[in-house]
Design a protein around this ligand. Structure first.
Ligand code: HEC
Length: 219
């Protein structure tokens, strides 16, 4: 019996030593431009889904989730905080999304390949708490309250059915980037902002670099 126990302990110690040696060797590919080994990816995705399912199990979506008012409010915050990573109808990709690993899902495309309705409680939990080491922020840390998070969950459920024009109209009629926890700061441009004093720093050429396919390069 003691020999069996010793054997198990020795195997565990050997495993831990191997992991430590690999970690210390500096050979692990941590760059976001190198994908995980499929086995590592599988383990990470399985762990993520089990954890989200466990943590969001008791969450109940509000009865008024589908109301136009929530969707309208969610549209403004989505356009301000999420669109660069999660795209929008007729926005095929973005620079930041191309470089992120894991790649943020295209939320305008709906639940991949299925046309199924999104799980609002799952989305609520992810938006509120974020996902470690992925680029998905915990928006509650920035001060966003639960009601504004539900507004976003309502909006992302609706977005796959929107045309480019319908999306633009919803954003235009929203209240812009406004949610609880902003300390009275309203990110909408103030009335008369056009007349605000000009910045004193010297102008740069703006957002310009090689590889642009969208005409931002002043050749
Ligand atoms: C800097 C990029 C970035 C921003 C900004 C961002 N996200 Fe994410 N988001 C991610 C990444 C990356 C994932 C995937 C994480 C993973 O696969 O582990 C993700 C995952 C999600 C998911 C889960 C999608 C699914 O089907 O599994 C939802 C929902 C989501 N984000 C909503 C939002 C909302 C709403 C906002 C704006 C308030 C937002 N995100 C802003 C990067 C971002």
């Amino acid at each position: 019996m003691n020999k069996v126990l010793l054997g198990v302990l020795a195997t565990l110690a050997l495993g831990a030593a191997s992991v430590a040696t690999i970690a210390a060797s500096g050979i692990v590919a941590v760059g976001a431009d190198t994908p995980h080994h499929p086995v590592v990816l599988g383990v990470l995705e399985f762990t993520r889904e089990r954890a989200i399912a466990g943590h969001s199990a008791g969450i109940q979506a509000p009865a008024d989730l589908d109301t136009p008012e929530r969707i309208r409010r969610g549209a403004g915050n989505y356009a301000a905080m999420c669109v660069d990573c999660h795209l929008a109808p007729a926005l095929p990709d973005s620079e930041i999304r191309k470089g992120l690993y894991p790649k943020p899902p295209n939320l305008a495309a709906g639940v991949q390949g299925s046309g199924a309705r999104r799980d609002a409680a799952r989305d609520f939990w992810i938006i509120k708490h974020g996902i470690k080491a992925s680029g998905m922020p915990a928006w509650s840390k920035g001060g966003m309250d639960d009601e504004a998070i539900w507004d976003l969950a309502a909006f992302v459920q609706t977005m796959p059915g929107l045309s480019k024009t319908a999306y633009a109209q919803l954003v235009a009629t929203s209240d812009g980037h406004v949610h609880g926890g902003m300390d009275g700061h309203d990110a909408r441009p103030a009335a008369g902002a056009a007349g605000a004093p000009k910045p004193t720093v010297s102008p740069t050429a703006g957002h310009v670099h090689d590889g642009h396919e969208h005409g931002a390069h002043p050749h």
